[in-house]
Design a protein around this ligand. Structure first.
Ligand code: 5GP
Length: 191
């Protein structure tokens, strides 16, 4: 999506360890109308799929997932990254390695919020190695729900997670696809 690629080119900062920082509009300060325009695109892509819930993982996926859920008129559910005291009852759980924080967490969703009748769209900000998406897909499967597809704002193609999951038949729509990050500010997109 041209507007997203332009914004990444203008404001993105390539940090060490292949991390792209987009804190000025997405990861810390959120440009809400801009984010909403991106989420409208997820709606356009999946509007005929009878989505009943949008699923993401805390923290950085929540803003995009919430705005996307608003377009669909459905709830947004987010997986918590640890077993906190305000989660009770039966839980779906899946292990997830965090690429940015270099640690393993447990993604946890209460069984009250996903069921076999749900048709799920997973939304996240970044797709790199695919660990976060795999954990969310695992949770959808544990619930016996239907995974309709995934909507990703920024996919780093060279880390391979997206293509691994596409080979399993999972529909993944990414609004900006990065072929390579070079040095400080070299960002190459796939057209
Ligand atoms: P994966 O699990 O696919 O390896 O990584 C996806 C998760 O890690 C996303 O939920 C995102 O929060 C974080 N992430 C991965 N790569 C980047 C990056 O380059 N920049 C930022 N800001 N987050 C990233």
């Amino acid at each position: 999506m041209v507007i997203l690629e332009k914004r990444i080119s203008e404001e993105g900062i390539v940090a060490e360890n292949d991390i792209l920082k987009v804190g000025s509009f997405l990861n810390q300060q959120i440009d809400v109308p801009f984010m909403d325009a991106l989420c409208q695109e997820f709606y356009n892509l999946y509007k005929n799929s009878n989505i009943t819930k949008v699923l993401t993982i805390e923290a950085s996926g929540i803003s995009a997932a919430t705005l996307t859920a608003l377009h669909f008129g459905v709830p947004c559910v987010f997986a918590k990254k640890s077993h906190t005291t305000n989660l009770s009852g039966n839980l779906y759980k899946s292990e997830v390695y965090s690429f940015t924080h270099k640690c393993t967490n447990i993604a946890v969703v209460s069984q009250d919020y996903l069921s076999k009748n749900d048709r799920i769209l997973i939304v996240d900000d970044f797709l790199a190695n695919g660990a976060a998406l795999s954990a969310l897909i695992d949770i959808v499967n544990q619930a016996g729900a239907t995974l309709v597809g995934c909507g990703i704002l920024i996919e780093k193609l060279y880390q391979g997670g997206g293509n691994k999951l596409r080979q399993l038949g999972i529909r993944i729509e990414s609004l900006a696809k990065i072929k390579n990050l070079y040095g400080k500010n070299g960002i190459e997109f796939e057209n």
